[in-house]
Design a protein around this ligand. Structure first.
Ligand SMILES: Cc1ncc(COP(=O)(O)O)c(C=O)c1O
Length: 296
C-alpha cells in the first residue's frame, strides 16, 4: 500500500486517513477560520513569509488569536514538509476558531485549531490550457463587498466563489470572474485578474473586495522591474472584453492566460506577448531561493 501523507493538527502528525477534527469546530459549523494556499518549488517554499504575514493579518481582522507565534508557525510548515519528504508541494495552512458549541459566538471557542496539509503539486489546468489560455465568464455572483465577508480577509467563507464556480461549470467554461457591487471587475474565484491594453497592465484594486494576492504582488513587482506601465485601477467588463490580453494569477493557478470571456475572444485569442514574458519571468523567480524559504 502506498505510504500515507501525514497531516499536522495542533502540534501532532496524523496519517491522512486519521487526520480529523471535531464536528463542533466552528471552521466547519460557520466557516469561522482563515487559510493560506502556499507552494514549494524544488525545496523552496515560495513567499512563505508573505503568506504568513497575510494569515496573521486575516487573524487580526477576525480577532482570532493564533496560539503559535509566526516563527513557530513557519517551523510547523517546514516540519510538515520534511516529515512528508516533499520538495515540490502544495501546502494548505488552516486556522479555525476551534471547538465551540452550536451557537456562533466565537467567545465560546477557546483554542483555535491549526491544520497543515501538504501534498505533491496540484495542477488546476491542463498543459494545453496553461499554454493557450482558458475560457472564462463574468458571473452573476457579485464579490462580497469590503463591508461584508470581503476577500481582503482570506477566510474559510468561500461560498461566494463556489457559487460563481458553479455558474462557470454550468456554462462549460474554465473559470468565473466576479464583479463588485458597482459592476467593476474584482477577481476570479481563487485568482486575481489582470488585463493589458495598449501596453499598459492593469489590475483591480483590493477595494473591489479582491484578495491581496501574493502572486498579484509578485507580478506587479515584476512588471515594474521589466519597465511595463502598470496601474491598480478599476475596470469594467467592457474594458475586459476589449483588452489585448487578460490573465489570472494565483498560487495554485500561477499565471494563466485567458483567451475568451463570455464568448468574446480576447485580443488575438492567443497568449499575448506581455503575458508570455511575465510567465517566463515568474517561473524564473519561483526557482530563486531568495524568493522563499528553504526546506531544511
Ligand atoms: C479569492 C482569491 N483571489 C486571489 C487568489 C490568489 O492569491 P495568491 O496569489 O496569494 O494565491 C486566491 C488564492 O487562493 C483567492 O482565493
Amino acid at each position: 500500500m502506498e505510504k500515507e501523507l501525514r497531516v499536522y493538527i495542533d502540534g501532532e502528525f496524523y496519517q491522512q486517513s486519521e487526520a480529523k477534527i471535531s464536528v463542533y469546530d466552528h471552521g466547519l459549523l460557520y466557516g469561522d477560520g482563515i487559510f493560506e494556499g502556499i507552494r514549494a518549488y524544488d525545496g523552496v517554499v515560495f513567499k512563505l513569509d508573505e503568506h504568513l504575514d497575510r494569515l496573521y493579518r486575516s487573524a487580526h481582522a477576525m480577532m482570532l488569536k493564533i496560539s503559535l507565534a509566526k516563527t513557530e508557525m513557519k517551523k510547523a510548515v517546514l516540519d510538515t514538509l520534511k516529515t512528508n519528504n516533499l520538495r515540490h508541494a502544495y501546502i494548505r495552512l488552516v486556522v479555525t476558531r476551534g471547538v465551540g458549541d452550536l451557537g456562533l459566538d466565537p467567545r465560546k471557542c477557546s483554542n483555535p485549531t491549526i491544520i497543515i496539509i501538504t501534498t505533491p503539486l496540484i495542477q488546476l489546468h491542463s498543459e494545453d490550457r496553461k499554454k493557450n489560455g482558458i475560457t472564462a465568464m463574468v458571473s452573476w455572483v457579485k464579490r462580497d463587498p469590503v463591508d461584508a465577508t470581503t476577500h481582503e480577509i482570506k477566510s474559510l467563507n468561500y461560498l461566494n466563489s463556489i457559487l460563481a464556480k458553479i455558474e462557470a461549470n454550468i456554462a462549460s467554461v474554465d473559470e468565473a470572474i466576479c464583479l463588485d457591487k458597482r459592476g467593476f471587475v474584482s477577481e476570479g474565484v481563487a485568482e486575481n485578474i489582470f488585463m493589458v491594453k495598449n501596453g499598459e497592465i492593469r489590475t483591480p484594486p483590493t477595494t473591489t473586495g479582491a484578495l491581496p494576492g501574493i502572486t498579484r504582488e509578485v507580478v506587479i513587482r515584476l512588471a515594474k522591474r521589466l519597465r511595463y506601465a502598470i496601474a491598480e485601477r478599476n475596470m469594467t467588463p467592457n474594458e475586459l472584453f476589449n483588452a489585448d490580453e487578460v490573465f489570472f494569477t494565483g498560487t495554485a493557478a500561477e499565471i494563466i492566460p485567458v483567451r475568451e470571456i463570455n464568448k468574446r475572444v480576447i485580443g488575438t485569442g492567443k497568449t499575448g506577448p506581455i503575458t508570455q514574458r511575465l510567465m517566463e519571468e515568474f517561473f524564473k523567480l519561483t526557482k530563486d531561493p531568495k524568493e522563499g524559504t528553504l526546506i531544511p
